[in-house]
Write a protein of this length. Structure first.
Length: 393
C-alpha cells in the first residue's frame, strides 16, 4: 500500500486546480468559504459548468459519457473542488441514481435520463425515508399497484432533501407484501410534475427549507419507469446506499472547514490559548486519520484488490467530525456565535452584525449539522453493520 501520489497524479491535481480556479464563479466560492446561504441557482450554475466539461458525472465510466477517471483521480478532483470553495454537488442525480441506472436500468432509461443528469439540467430527488421507516427502511409502506401499463403510487416520503426543486424523484415503493419485507420493494423513477404529487416544506431548526415531505395520491407512473425487476428494489437500494455513505464522509469538505476554523480562532484571539489549540489539533488528527482510511480504500481499488467494506465506518467518522467542527466554531466565537439573524446569512447583507460577519452563520450551521449522524442510516445502525460485516461479531 502506497499512500503517496505519483508524479502523474500530482500533475492531474494541478490540471484540476487550474481549471477550477478559472471556472468556479467567485460569488459562489465566497459564499461557500463563509458558510453563506446557497440558492438553487448557485448549485445548478456550478452543476451546469461541470456538465459542460463532462465532469458533473466525474465518477462515471466513459461508456456513459464520463471522464473514466480512476479512484485516485476522482478523489483529487473532489478535493480540489472542495478546497477551492465549490459547493458540494447535489448527489442524488450524478452520485446516487445514475450508477443504479447504469448498472440495472434499461438502455432506454440510460438514454433518457443520463444526459440530463450529466448536463446538470435535470434535478433529482431521493424518495427513500418514510414516517416510521428511516433507518428501518425495509418497513416502508408507500404502495405501487400495477394496473396495465402503469403503476399507481399512494403514500408518503419524508426528509426529501431539496425536493422543492425536484424534476424527478427515484423512489422505493412496496409492490408486494409476501415474504420478507425486503423482497417486496421495487425501484421507480417518477416525474415530479405528475398529477397527484404534493411537496410540503419541513422547516428545520436552523430556519431553512431544506427538507420536505412528498405525498403521492393515485400517481400514475409508466411501468417502463421501473428499474430492473419488480420486487428486486432492495438490491438496487443497497447498491445506491454504498455510494451515499462514502459520499457522506466528505473528508475534503472537512479539510476546508478546518481552515475556516483556524481563521476564525485566530481572528477571535483564541488560537493562542493552548487548550483550544489542542482541541483543533486533535480534530486535525482525526481528519488526517479519516483521509488515510479513504486513501486505503482508494489504494485497494486502484490496485484491483478487494476494497475494504468500510462505507459505514467512513460515514460514522465523517459525520462526527463534521459535528465537532461546528462545535469548535461556536466555541471560537463565544457569545457572538449565539445570536441568530436569519437574513445575515445572505451574501451582501447590509444590516448590523452581532460580532464579526463570519459569526452570523455559526449557530445555524451548528444546528443543521446535528442531522449528519442520523441521515444516510443512523450511526447507531451503522455501528451494528460494521460489527457484523467488518468485525464479524
Amino acid at each position: 500500500m502506497d499512500l503517496n501520489f505519483t508524479p502523474e497524479e500530482q500533475a492531474f491535481r494541478q490540471k484540476i486546480r487550474g481549471w477550477v480556479a478559472e471556472h468556479l464563479p467567485k460569488d459562489i466560492s465566497h459564499k461557500v468559504h463563509n458558510a453563506l446561504r446557497l440558492s438553487k441557482d448557485d448549485l445548478q450554475r456550478w452543476a451546469k459548468i461541470l456538465g459542460q466539461q463532462g465532469w458533473h458525472g466525474w465518477a462515471w465510466p466513459t461508456q456513459f459519457g464520463g471522464p473514466g477517471w480512476n479512484a485516485i483521480q476522482r478523489h483529487l478532483f473532489e478535493e480540489e473542488c472542495a478546497l477551492a470553495g465549490a459547493p458540494r454537488v447535489v448527489p442524488f442525480g450524478p452520485v446516487m441514481v445514475a450508477p443504479v441506472i447504469m448498472a440495472f436500468g434499461s438502455p432506454e432509461q440510460q438514454r433518457r435520463h443520463l444526459p440530463g443528469i450529466m448536463s446538470g439540467e435535470v434535478w433529482w430527488s431521493q424518495g427513500y425515508s418514510e414516517p416510521g421507516s428511516g433507518s428501518d427502511l425495509a418497513s416502508l409502506k408507500c404502495r405501487a399497484e400495477r394496473r396495465g401499463d402503469y403503476y399507481v403510487v399512494n403514500g408518503q416520503k419524508t426528509w426529501t432533501t431539496l425536493g422543492q426543486y425536484g424534476d424527478w424523484i427515484f423512489c422505493l415503493v412496496r409492490t408486494s407484501t409476501e415474504g420478507k419485507p425486503q423482497t417486496g420493494i421495487s425501484f421507480l423513477l417518477i416525474d415530479m410534475k405528475s398529477p397527484g404529487i404534493t411537496v410540503r416544506p419541513i422547516i428545520t431548526m436552523d430556519g431553512e427549507h431544506e427538507v420536505n415531505e412528498v405525498w403521492f395520491d393515485d400517481v400514475e407512473v409508466p411501468a417502463d419507469n421501473l428499474v430492473g425487476e419488480e420486487n428486486k428494489g432492495w438490491t438496487y437500494a443497497k447498491y445506491l446506499l454504498a455510494h451515499e455513505r462514502t459520499n457522506i464522509a466528505d473528508v475534503n469538505r472537512s479539510k476546508r472547514e478546518l481552515e475556516r476554523l483556524k481563521r476564525i480562532a485566530k481572528a477571535e484571539k483564541v488560537y493562542d490559548d493552548v487548550r483550544f489549540r489542542d482541541e483543533i489539533a486533535k480534530l486535525e488528527v482525526e481528519i488526517v486519520a479519516l483521509e488515510m482510511m479513504v486513501l486505503r480504500v482508494l489504494s485497494a481499488e486502484k490496485s484491483g484488490k478487494q476494497s475494504l467494506d468500510v462505507a459505514g465506518l467512513l460515514k460514522i467518522r465523517g459525520s462526527e467530525i463534521q459535528q465537532r467542527l461546528t462545535e469548535l466554531l461556536m466555541l471560537a466565537a463565544g457569545p457572538y456565535s449565539v445570536p441568530f439573524i436569519h437574513d445575515a446569512m445572505e451574501a451582501g447583507w447590509q444590516g448590523d452584525h452581532v460580532g464579526a460577519a463570519y459569526c452570523a452563520p455559526l449557530a445555524a450551521t451548528y444546528f443543521n449539522v446535528r442531522k449528519t449522524t442520523i441521515y444516510g442510516g443512523s450511526n447507531e445502525v451503522q455501528r451494528n453493520i460494521v460489527a457484523q460485516t467488518v468485525l464479524g461479531s
